[in-house]
Design a protein around this ligand. Structure first.
Ligand code: IPM
Ligand code: MG
Length: 316
């Protein structure tokens, strides 16, 4: 890409298996020295506990404080939607997933592991600061969209401590955004409505784990995990962009993986770098290639990864 200086870092399962190092001690400082990070899919059966993926992906989210996980759900072609009679306009929303706390913080422990008396505790952490910044970020994003609708999803009917905090923050924040049509759904109902009638959604904000789950549903609405892009963002700071999909070891090296999620993630990255026009051009090229059916098999085409990438490139 013109005007961008690219550097490749070797951190991967191969690197971990060879060196025992997932990310070097100064790794996060190295990452911070860049304007943006584009990360490939992680996960490898040779690393059963996925330590490298956890350290690199979750580690970077935490260490660089990338509190916004922005996951657009946009249907690029009606054929790709698994729902009946849905148009492109029916599937066009953004999920903002809290990305630095919740059930992902790793607080907890196991007592008497491996015995019949085993106790496993995994704590969910919700802080005022953490909830407030993601909720307000989502309100700001909703303001910038034509429909100006925001839905906050939690499970405050069952998780009466942590999610009461989400309720409090949401009630406070909505007063500051009178131009946004704000609503609330319990996460289980939201999952149902995403399938039943996704057209009602414009911007969704939710916690880390719920966001993880519903963005896989979101990926399905767009045509599968291969299509979905994401940004792990701290506004104004080094941020990390990655396809929503993980790795697919059985596909490795066969030229069959769908490159769209990764390319749309690069477009999100360009937008974050202030190159909004370039981001739009990449998105338009992807859209045209997808609509022309010049895609990989998972998206109903017949091209290989390389050819699908070229089909996009030639439209740029
Ligand atoms: C995602 C992934 C990760 C997550 C995994 C690989 C830890 O599913 O980015 O959605 O749960 O956040
Ligand atoms: Mg996920």
């Amino acid at each position: 890409m013109g005007g961008l200086e690219l550097e490749t870092l070797p951190w991967s399962a191969d690197h971990y298996l060879r060196s025992g190092v997932t990310i070097p001690p100064d790794g996060y400082a190295t990452l911070r020295s860049f304007d943006a990070i584009l990360v490939g899919a992680l996960g490898d059966p040779r690393v059963p506990d996925n330590r490298h993926a956890r350290d690199i992906l979750l580690g970077t989210r935490f260490e660089l404080d990338l509190y916004v996980n922005r996951r657009p759900v946009r249907l690029l072609d009606e054929r790709l939607c698994p729902l009946k009679n849905r148009s492109r306009a029916d599937v066009d929303f953004i999920v903002f997933r809290e990305n630095t706390e919740g059930l992902y913080v790793g607080v907890g422990g196991r007592f008497k592991p491996g015995t019949d008396d085993e106790v496993a505790i995994q704590e969910e952490v919700n802080t005022y600061k953490g909830v407030n910044r993601i909720v307000r970020h989502a309100f700001e994003a909703a303001l910038g969209r034509p429909r100006r609708r925001l839905c906050m999803a939690d499970k405050s009917n069952a998780m009466t401590h942590g999610h009461a905090l989400w309720q409090r923050v949401f009630a406070e924040a909505r007063k500051d955004y009178p131009d946004v049509e704000a609503s609330h759904l319990y996460i289980d109902a939201l999952a149902m409505f995403m399938v039943q009638d996704p057209s009602q959604f414009d911007v969704i904000v939710t916690n880390n784990l719920f966001g993880d789950i519903i963005t896989d549903i979101g990926a399905a609405l767009q045509g599968g995990l291969g299509m979905a892009a994401s940004g792990n963002i701290h506004p104004g700071r080094t941020s990390m962009f990655e396809p929503v999909h993980g790795s697919a070891p059985p596909l490795a090296g066969k030229n069959v993986a769908n490159p769209v999620g990764a390319i749309l993630s690069a477009a999100l990255m360009l937008g974050h770098l202030g190159r909004v026009e370039d981001a739009r051009r990449v998105e338009a090229a992807v859209e045209q290639a997808v609509q022309a059916g010049e895609v990989t098999r998972d998206a109903g085409g017949s091209l290989g990864t390389r050819e699908a990438g070229e089909a996009i490139l030639k439209r740029l």
